[in-house]
Design a protein around this ligand. Structure first.
Ligand SMILES: *Cc1c(COP(=O)(O)O)cnc(C)c1O
Length: 246
């Protein structure tokens, strides 16, 4: 895809993001676009950067590594949005500015140790989001809280896990992330996004020592609904770069 097409796609996405924010009485500046660059080559990513993208999302450490190294002099914040294996945690800490896909206490503890060992002056604490599966769809990764706050037993179990994560000194919990089930009709994802927001609000009251400012939710199919429901970070690939080839 050429520079002009990417710039046009980005402009269209940004316009729709702003309109969705205004519909919900929110400022368009309250929502950050993360361009999801998985499967795409550094040359293509550079075109998006030239068109004003400053945040990029990758879902696999190994795939991201070479791209991030190649683009290291560019002003990009890199977001890890896919499942992280503990044996990749060390490299992930070096490469990424935020991890959206923290999905177990065990991974949190490993990351915490890796951040401490890395001792990066710019990153004394790693910003993380807790990935939550509120939809109950079995294939989704994340902490399982099917039904959100209304599911008392699952909610209490999750709160106990969050208590362990927020106590880790080298992680900075900043909010929640979810992936809505794929549906043709974006409206169908609205209850999932609303559940994530409500869950976030409960956690913010319970654990005021963390920040809880972020809701990472919304992809190409459903980002406008997600913004109406409070998304602060949207993760968009296909609407910018077209269909992925792999
Ligand atoms: C691939 C991916 C996206 C982007 O999906 P699009 O449909 O291309 O917008 C967002 N979030 C996660 C976690 C992904 O893996």
């Amino acid at each position: 895809m050429d520079q002009q097409q990417i710039a046009a796609n980005l402009a269209a996405v940004r316009e729709r993001m702003a309109a969705a924010a205004r519909r919900a009485g929110r400022s368009p500046t309250a929502v950050t676009l993360i361009a999801v660059t998985k499967t795409h080559a550094p040359e293509l990513i550079e075109r998006a950067l030239a068109a004003g993208v400053r945040d990029c999302g990758e879902n696999r450490v190994q795939e991201a590594d070479a791209k991030i190294v190649q683009l290291r002099n560019k002003p990009v914040r890199w977001h890890l949005i896919g499942h992280l294996q503990t044996n990749k945690a060390k490299r992930a800490v070096q490469l990424f500015d935020m991890v959206h896909s923290l999905d177990s206490v065990r991974l949190a503890e490993t990351l915490d140790r890796r951040v401490e060992a890395a001792a990066l002056p710019a990153k004394p604490r790693l910003p993380v989001l807790l990935q939550v599966n509120v939809s109950g769809e079995p294939s989704k990764e994340g902490f399982d809280v099917p039904g959100g706050v209304d599911n008392g037993a699952a909610r209490d179990a999750f709160v106990a896990q969050v208590e362990q994560v927020v106590a880790l000194p080298h992680l900075h919990v900043q909010g929640l992330m979810t992936i809505a089930p794929y549906v043709d009709e974006p409206e169908a994802a609205r209850p999932v996004f609303a559940m994530l927001r409500t869950l976030r609000d409960v956690l913010a009251r319970r654990f005021p020592q963390a920040s809880w400012e972020h809701l990472s939710m919304g992809m190409t199919n459903d980002y406008e609904v997600a913004i109406e429901e409070g998304a602060t970070l949207v993760r968009i690939g296909r609407a910018i770069f077209g269909e992925r080839l792999t």
